[in-house]
Design a protein around this ligand. Structure first.
Ligand SMILES: Nc1ncnc2c1ncn2[C@@H]1O[C@H](COP(=O)(O)OP(=O)(O)OP(=O)(O)O)[C@@H](O)[C@H]1O
Length: 346
């Protein structure tokens, strides 16, 4: 756990970048610092690895005051990923990733073997190992940055806007890769972004900061969406909070009818009982079936599937895409009503 206790950072010119921040960053989960430009996100992050020292207050890492740990020792347990990866341009990819193992005195063979293993972990073709950073795409460079930060297996990972310099499609895949990695590795990750959607997608907990370095709210994404602390947080969260919140409500338990039909429509299944589409009784045309896997998808996905289907009825499938039932409108309406009831209660 990383604990901020009344942490303030005032720069020499008097700028208060962080103002009396007290939060607990839980071990093994992702905590996101989000807020507009200049609200003190990077300053807060860099105080964790002592690139910046607080003016007041203290930061504890697993109950130990980090001022009592010398910075090189502290940083050995903390990986650091920055925007545009910050790779060494004259070092091959494999040697960029092996930077910390080399510093720790690993022999070259072991360090390179670790680097190659990490390339696969972060979704990079090991054939790229001998290239230089300029020979990689922006997304690939970011993956190298993540691999480099993980090389010595630090328990803590600091990530400062790591995905903001790549296009939205690559960004989405990097975010998904991070979540997949985290499900395996369970690192304590502190992630800085100015993008609230990224914060909500990645964060187990989100700290919203306002300019002046004041904490506006510290909460899990569903709570943030259903119960923003004030107008600033509400405005920062933007529109469609209700719909976005449904992403956190599991679709498990939605009732289904077992007949592949709905008045006026028949669901066409292939030989393996996978839905092909809805056949209209009237014109005989085949229209798309919106499918949802109730075991793993959200209520938002179920609603979306029902809106895609021409008859307004989502089709449940199992993990192999095999027909598992038709989600009744009553079941969906009931689940939506329950979800909004929970939201209203906060
Ligand atoms: N070395 C410094 N000296 C004086 N002021 C600084 C210094 N570094 C940062 N600041 C100021 O502290 C405030 C917080 O900066 P910080 O970089 O932490 O914000 P941020 O939220 O990460 O911003 P951005 O999203 O734009 O990167 C800003 O007003 C910034 O101008």
């Amino acid at each position: 756990m990383i604990t901020f206790e009344g942490v303030t950072k005032r720069y020499a010119d008097g700028t208060v970048a962080v103002d009396d921040l007290s939060i607990e960053v839980p071990t093994g989960s992702i905590t996101v610092f989000v807020g507009p430009s200049g609200c003190g996100k990077t300053t807060s992050l860099r105080m964790i690895n002592r690139m910046i020292d607080p003016t007041e207050g203290r930061i504890l890492l697993d109950d130990q005051d980090i001022r009592k740990i010398d910075p090189p020792t502290l940083r050995r347990g903390i990986g650091y990923v920055i925007q545009q990866a910050g790779l060494f341009p004259h070092r091959k990819i494999v040697d960029n990733i092996a930077t910390v193992p080399y510093l720790l005195g690993w022999d070259k063979k072991k360090a390179r073997a670790r680097a190659t293993e990490l390339m696969e972990r972060v979704g990079l073709d090991p054939k790229l190992a001998g290239r230089y950073p300029f020979q990689l795409s922006g997304g690939q460079q970011q993956r190298v940055g993540v691999a480099r930060a993980l090389a010595a297996d630090p328990p803590v990972l600091l990530m400062d806007e790591p995905f903001s310099a790549v296009d939205p499609v690559v960004r989405t895949s990097l975010q998904e890769e991070l979540l997949r990695l985290q499900a395996e590795l369970h690192k304590t990750i502190v992630f800085v972004t100015h993008d609230i959607d990224e914060a909500i997608k990645l964060g187990d907990t989100v700290a919203v900061l306002r300019v002046g370095g004041k904490l506006a709210q510290f909460a899990a994404p569903p709570a943030l969406l259903s119960d923003p602390a004030d107008e600033f947080v509400e405005g920062f969260l933007g529109k469609d909070r209700g719909i976005r919140r449904l992403s956190f409500v599991p679709a498990t338990g939605l009732e289904t009818g077992d007949k592949p039909e709905f008045p006026g429509w028949t669901l066409v299944l292939d030989d393996d009982r996978r839905p092909l589409g809805w056949r209209a009784d009237g014109d005989g045309g085949l229209y798309p079936a919106g499918t949802v896997d109730l075991a793993k998808d959200s209520l938002r996905a179920a609603l979306d599937a029902s809106l895609i289907a021409p008859c307004g009825c989502a089709v449940a499938v199992d993990g192999d895409g095999v027909f598992a039932g038709v989600v009744t409108r009553e079941a969906l309406d009931g689940a939506l009503a329950r979800a909004s009831g929970v939201a209203a209660r906060g």
